[in-house]
Design a protein around this ligand. Structure first.
Ligand code: RB5
Length: 152
C-alpha cells in the first residue's frame, strides 16, 4: 500500500470539513504528506482557484491525489477537471468512492459540506486511501481512452 502525498483544498463553504479531513490525513499511516492550498480561516478564495491549484499539483506530480470540498462538491470537480490529465469526481457514498478509483482511476475526490455529514465524509476519505487502481484491470483501456482524448 503506497503512502500517499495528498493535497487538500476548499472554498469558504467547505472550510470546516477540509480542516477535519486534513487532521485525519495527517494522522493516517497511509499518508506521507499533506499540502493545503487553502482557504484558511480568514481568506475567501473562490472554488475555481482552489480547485485549479490542487489539480495542478497533482498534474505536475507534486501530489498523488487531492481532496476538494466546497458547498456541493460540484464546482470544485468541474474546476479540477479543466486541468489536463485530471480525473476529479464528486462522490458522497462508499460505493462511488470505491469505483472512482477502481473503475476511473480518479486522482481527485470532491465532496460537499452542505450535502453529507462529516462522519460520512471522513469515512469516505478513510476508505479512499485504501484503493489503488489496477492498470491490468479491464477498466484500464477505458481510462486510457479519456487520456487519449487529452493527447496523453
Ligand atoms: C458557494 O460559493 C458554493 O456555490 C460553492 O461552494 C460550491 O457549492 C459550488 O459548486
Amino acid at each position: 500500500m503506497p503512502a500517499w502525498r495528498i493535497v487538500v483544498g476548499s472554498d469558504d463553504a467547505g472550510f470546516d470539513y477540509k480542516e477535519v479531513i486534513k487532521k485525519d490525513l495527517e494522522a493516517s499511516d497511509l499518508v506521507a504528506s499533506v499540502a493545503d492550498v487553502g482557504v484558511d480561516a480568514d481568506s475567501h478564495t473562490n472554488y475555481p482557484t482552489i480547485a485549479r491549484a490542487a489539480a495542478e499539483m497533482v498534474a505536475r506530480g507534486e501530489a498523488d491525489r487531492a481532496i476538494l470540498v466546497c458547498g456541493t462538491g460540484l464546482g470544485v470537480a468541474i474546476g479540477a477537471n479543466k486541468v489536463k490529465g485530471i480525473r476529479a469526481v464528486t462522490a458522497h457514498d462508499s460505493f462511488s468512492v470505491e469505483r472512482s478509483v477502481l473503475s476511473n482511476n480518479a486522482q481527485v475526490l470532491c465532496m460537499g459540506q452542505r450535502v453529507i455529514g462529516i462522519e460520512q465524509a471522513r469515512r469516505n476519505v478513510r476508505e479512499w486511501l485504501t484503493y489503488v487502481f489496477d492498470e491490468t484491470s479491464a477498466s484500464n483501456h477505458k481510462v486510457r481512452e479519456i487520456c487519449s482524448y487529452e493527447g496523453l
